[in-house]
Design a protein. Structure first.
Lengths: 109, 211
């Protein structure tokens, strides 16, 4: 049993909210900054990294690399606006990958 | 598509190939069973993942919207100050669990007890911030749970895909190849046997003629 840390990566205004519930926050406004922060966090014993959806969407290829390892878990979270469905798309992709077709979401499509 | 292997048609080779076929068939069955079980587990996780994500996304969006409102009505420095010192510390214990030989994360949040939910005095900030922070701190457990389940889903999906490749390789390449080679060797050996008999019969006839 090890101890891990929780990080939130996103734009400055939003991540402030997470600071109040004692998550560690890292500000990143664009793709380059985001990738740099994520790489740094992955090395430094962070168990969960929450990334805002719009940022995660841009860093798709980098995030795919971390999918095979147990830690860190990089999870997209919605921003204050309505969710753009990136997180749900991830689940959908998983189901398609495992089963071949999407059987969880096909009612809605 | 599956051609036969390049081997000598000998009895020894035949025996070796038969053993390999047996192993391949056994392995194929085991991997197929593994795949079935993994998919069953995966579906459970995927459903949980979906409902949990829906919940978290909805609550989080609302909380963040109120936070933005709170930020808009108060002075920036006030908000900064208000959230700078969290009321409680959060510890995350990371462990791992083995699901069908996939090592997935298990996480547990340990929140230190605190009388106060809000890390600031109520004098300086608005009620929007209170509700936003309140919802967020309640959401922490759920978010970590979501992280755990989503990661598990991810890893299982990747493993299922890998496993399916193995099953298919065995089923459509390895096993047909072995079967075809075994058939080829048996035919060749039978053919040798027959030509041997014919030769013997011929020789016998020649000898009988000479006498």
């Amino acid at each position: 049993m090890r101890e891990g840390k929780i990080a939130v990566v996103g734009d400055k205004d939003l991540i402030l909210a997470f600071k109040a519930i004692s998550m560690e926050t890292f500000c990143a406004d664009n793709k380059e900054e985001g990738e740099k922060v994520i790489k740094q966090l992955a090395k430094n014993n962070y168990a969960v990294i929450f990334v805002t959806e719009n940022l995660a969407e841009q860093m798709d290829s980098l995030l795919a690399k971390y999918k095979t390892k147990a830690y860190p878990a990089i999870i997209p979270i919605p921003t204050s606006a309505k969710s753009n469905g990136y997180g749900m798309k991830g689940i959908k992709a998983d189901v398609e990958r495992a089963i071949g077709t999407d059987i969880l979401f096909n009612k809605e499509d | 598509m599956a051609g036969r292997l390049q081997v000598n048609p000998t009895r020894m080779e035949l025996k070796r190939l038969k053993l390999r076929l047996k192993t391949a068939v056994r392995g194929h069955k085991l991997l197929k069973d593994k795949s079935d079980e993994m998919i069953r587990r995966f579906m459970e996780f995927a459903k949980q993942n979906k409902t949990l994500r829906e919940q978290v996304e909805k609550e989080l969006s609302e909380a963040l919207t109120t936070f933005i409102v709170a930020k808009a009505v108060s002075d920036d420095a006030v908000i900064q100050e208000a959230v700078a010192m969290p009321a409680k510390t959060v510890k995350l214990e990371m462990d791992s669990q083995n699901i069908m030989s996939v090592v997935v994360p298990v996480m547990q949040v340990k929140e230190s007890e605190s009388k106060d939910r809000y890390p600031y005095s109520f004098a300086s900030v608005t009620a929007e911030l209170d509700s936003s922070i309140g919802v967020l701190s309640g959401l922490l457990q759920k978010m970590v749970k979501l992280a755990e389940i989503e990661k598990t889903c991810n890893m299982l999906a990747i493993e299922i895909e890998k496993n399916r490749r193995r099953v298919n390789a065995l089923e459509y390449v390895m096993i047909p190849q072995l079967e075809e080679t075994i058939k080829f060797i048996t035919m060749k050996l039978d053919e040798n046997e027959r030509s041997n008999i014919v030769r013997l019969v011929k020789v016998k006839a020649m000898i009988a003629e000479e006498l």
